[in-house]
Design a protein around this ligand. Structure first.
Ligand SMILES: Cc1ncc(COP(=O)(O)O)c(C=O)c1O
Length: 398
């Protein structure tokens, strides 16, 4: 048998991942997502989830999902345009558009799908050009790879570099500028106002992936545009229902009606893949309702984030400045991040994810903390105390 048939070639690569410390073991949760989770029969403080507003296990979200199952059954058994559009899809899309303050929205099975379904559909000829931040999410990178447009990767958040690439690109067709709203490894916020100006100046369409900004940034949680006071000014956004908005799965594109209509006709994940399960649609509708009706959650998230950032900074940890609940604690070497992650969990019952090269640049390995409105002050104090003892043990802080 060949090495392909026996799997030897991939086993070897797995072994090399193990020996380099890059092998990822999935932790298993024995119950729902929350500020605390059950792992190996133990209660663990959870600092590694995108459940920013604590809605993943909210009884109203769970009940709405159950109702969705009772009313519509398990699933669509069809792609969207054949016989797979249910009233709950339309209701969810109307709700998303109302929440974001735009004309229309279109749902996908995930934000990964939304990016894959949007970017190469809008720009797919060799006359087109796509400009993308170097730290954009993997789904944007893969979406761009699916397109025949020319690719122009600008340095992270470097608007001069973007402008010089916009200026020098020869492009007769569509121009897209694509950015994350909040960058998932850094926790920093895209320079939306400048990006919008450049998009206008060079006749480009700006696409912003709001997966870590929806329900997090802006007065009412409407994301990066609301944060900068430029809501409704002609960007297209993608986002996920799998983080703040209920935590199940699903994503969407939100913007103008013409783009959503065009995607319904042309976007391959719509044409060739089933629509969101109704339970997920109904759970997400409930999550958006809660977000719109309970602004206190957002205030709590901000207060928790500010508290944690301040306490950790005061201990001497290296944390890039931002206001988002993604709080990367930079420690340097990958092995150090992994060893600290293990010690935080085993010695202190705090679960934080460590990331090293190649997910982040060499020498910038980190423990990425994610804060939720559902964390209590005691949780945050316990997290800071765990970091203090493990940080001292490993010589990361004095
Ligand atoms: C910026 C960004 N975009 C897209 C995604 C993918 O979202 P989903 O899980 O809905 O596919 C993620 C998830 O990690 C993300 O952080």
């Amino acid at each position: 048998m060949s090495g392909f048939a026996t799997g030897a070639i991939w086993r070897e690569q797995l072994n090399s991942l193990r020996s380099s410390g890059g092998y990822k073991d999935a932790v298993e949760l024995e119950g729902p997502q929350g500020p605390h989770v059950r792992m190996n029969g133990r209660d663990v403080l959870n600092l590694s989830s995108n459940n920013y507003l604590g809605l993943a296990n909210d009884p109203r979200v769970v009940e709405a999902a159950k109702q969705g199952l009772s009313v519509y059954g398990a699933g669509t058994a069809s792609v969207r345009f054949i016989c797979g559009t249910m009233s709950c899809h339309r209701e969810l899309e109307t709700k998303i558009a109302e929440f974001i303050g735009c004309e229309a929205a279109l749902t996908y099975m995930s934000c990964w799908d939304a990016n894959i379904g949007l970017i190469p559909t809008l720009a797919n000829t060799t006359d087109d050009a796509i400009f993308s931040d170097s730290l954009n999410h993997a789904s944007i990178i893969d979406a761009i790879r699916l397109s025949k447009a020319s690719r122009h990767i600008f340095q992270h958040q470097d608007m001069d570099d973007l402008e010089s690439k916009l200026r020098s690109a020869t492009c007769k067709g569509v121009r897209l500028i694509v950015t994350d709203g909040v960058f998932s490894m850094e926790g920093d916020i895209a320079r939306l106002v400048r990006l919008r100006d450049l998009a206008d100046a060079y006749g480009a369409l700006l696409i912003i992936d709001e997966s870590h900004a929806t329900g997090v940034l802006g007065e009412r949680g409407r994301g990066t545009a609301e944060h900068f006071g430029v809501l409704g000014e002609g960007t297209v956004q993608t986002s996920t229902l799998g983080k703040t908005l209920g935590g199940a799965c699903g994503g969407y594109v939100a913007g103008t009606r013409v783009i959503c209509d065009y995607l319904l006709q042309k976007s391959r994940p719509h044409l060739f893949s089933n629509a969101l399960p109704p339970s997920v649609c109904c759970g997400a509708i409930a999550a958006i309702d809660i977000l719109m009706e309970e602004p206190d959650r957002l205030a709590q998230l901000r207060s928790n984030t500010g508290y944690f950032r301040e306490k950790m900074g005061a201990l001497g940890f290296h944390i890039p400045p931002s206001i988002t609940p993604i709080v990367p604690v930079i420690v340097g070497e990958t092995a150090l991040a992994i060893n600290m992650q293990k010690a935080l969990l085993h010695d202190r019952g705090a679960f934080v994810s460590g990331f090293g090269y190649p997910v982040v640049p060499e020498g910038a390995a980190r423990l990425r903390c994610q804060i939720s409105s559902a964390h209590s002050r005691e949780d945050l104090d316990a997290a800071v105390s765990a970091f203090r003892s493990i940080g001292e043990k490993f010589g990361v802080i004095a």
